[in-house]
Design a protein around this ligand. Structure first.
Ligand code: PMP
Ligand code: GLN
Length: 381
């Protein structure tokens, strides 16, 4: 039998490759983005209770009412937008499922989706599987800002969706209110849907505020906004996220979601609903929590030969290693995990056409001990 692949460009993700190499070489793993500390104890207790209280069968297709209510009140509190609990919120099996369901529900064969490079790796395969085409626009180095003129020039009658990610992975760049106005002007009077990946919505620094599409009344009317409890509550392995979108978009989104997974892990939904009700401050404290980690990590790396780029949001530090090596980022990161004892992520896999930068991504969602061990090795380079 001959199996002709539908995804010829896809191999094993750089995250799995780097985590595997980190294990093989006993390197400190700052590659794949996940915290090496535990979710809050009351949240873990709530999960255990839910499992022991018989909440182990299918959840409602769109998510439990209690969790959707908590998401609705968070959305109103943070972004001033009232959303309909029954028709505008869908709980998903991580942001990854939500991104796939949104693209599959909206994008047709032959259409175009604008993505910004470096682009998170699950976007393009989902677009390719629809028979659509990703149109890549590079963010400007070193600030990773959007060049809106390039976006205007890239829009065609075939453009069906623009995929936004702020705070941005891997760069940490965040969009401003002025950026959102630029986007609104571009999509006004079109049928373009904005798919907004906001999984790091609660991780912005230096007093800045996250500019959600949900805060912008005009954009919110045409946006599917996606978030992930994995990022907010230090539990990336639970795979629970959600999508907020106006009723008509949510209805299309749910047509895919109900046959992709039908519903999401029930006990975790019970636990999140309980925890959000009892400790609504957790996500408000997240910027300070991660800012302390960011600043500590940057201070540890100061004596090194690495040049540290600014980190306005997210939990990744980009470093320029050109004072250490002129090898390309993929080759250098392989060398680093094998001989330098630290796993990082190169940026090339997130580009259609990678620029000749010498940048690596390091995850600082780590305990002090992990950061210390990594920094000691990085300072030796
Ligand atoms: N989007 C971005 C930008 C991410 O960084 C991640 C995970 N790191 C995801 C989506 C996927 O989130 P989840 O693990 O909830 O599927
Ligand atoms: N989103 C995580 C990162 O950017 C990785 C998720 C995964 O391994 N698929 O590192």
């Amino acid at each position: 039998m001959i199996i002709e692949t539908k995804l010829p460009k896809v191999g094993t993700t750089i995250f799995s490759v780097m985590s595997q190499l980190a294990m093989e070489h006993k390197a400190v793993n700052l590659g794949q983005g996940f915290p090496d500390f535990e979710p809050p104890q009351p949240l873990r207790d709530a999960l255990n209770r839910a499992m022991n209280d018989s909440r182990n069968q299918y959840a409602p297709m769109s998510g439990t009412a209690a969790l959707r209510e908590r998401i609705a009140s968070k959305t109103e509190r943070l972004y001033g937008r009232k959303v309909d609990v029954d028709n505008e919120i869908t709980v998903t099996s991580g942001a990854t499922e939500a991104l796939f369901a949104a693209i599959a529900a909206i994008v047709r064969a032959g259409e175009e989706v604008i993505v910004f490079d470096p682009a998170y790796d699950c976007y393009e395969p989902a677009i390719d599987l629809q028979g659509a085409r990703a149109v890549h626009i590079p963010l400007t180095v070193p600030t990773f800002a959007v060049d809106w003129q390039r976006v205007r020039d890239a829009v065609t009658p075939k453009t069906r969706m623009i995929l936004i990610n702020s705070p941005h992975n891997p760069s940490g760049a965040v969009l401003s209110a002025a950026d959102l106005d630029q986007l609104a002007a571009i999509v006004r009077d079109t049928d373009i849907v904005v798919l907004s990946d906001e999984v790091y919505e609660h991780i912005v620094y230096d007093g800045a505020r996250h500019e959600s599409m949900l805060r912008h009344p005009e954009l919110a009317e045409r946006s599917i906004v996606i978030s992930s409890f994995g990022k907010t509550y230090h539990c990336t392995g639970w795979k629970v996220g959600y999508a907020v979108a106006p009723r008509a978009l949510s209805a299309e989104f749910r047509k895919v979601h109900q046959y992709l997974t039908f519903c999401t892990f029930h006990p975790a939904q019970v636990a999140f609903a309980e925890f959000l009700a009892s400790d609504p401050a957790h996500y408000l404290e997240l910027p300070a929590f991660y800012q302390a980690k960011r600043d500590r990590f940057r201070a540890l790396l100061k004596p090194s030969k690495l040049k540290l780029l600014d980190v306005p949001g997210g939990y990744f530090q980009l470093v320029d290693y050109s004072a250490i090596s002129d090898r390309d980022d993929f080759t250098f990161s392989k060398w680093l995990v094998q001989h330098g004892g630290v796993a990082a992520v190169p940026l090339t896999p997130f580009y259609e056409t990678a620029p000749q930068t010498r940048l690596l991504r390091l995850c600082f969602a780590k305990s002090d001990a992990t950061m210390d061990a990594a920094a000691e090795r990085l300072c030796r380079l």
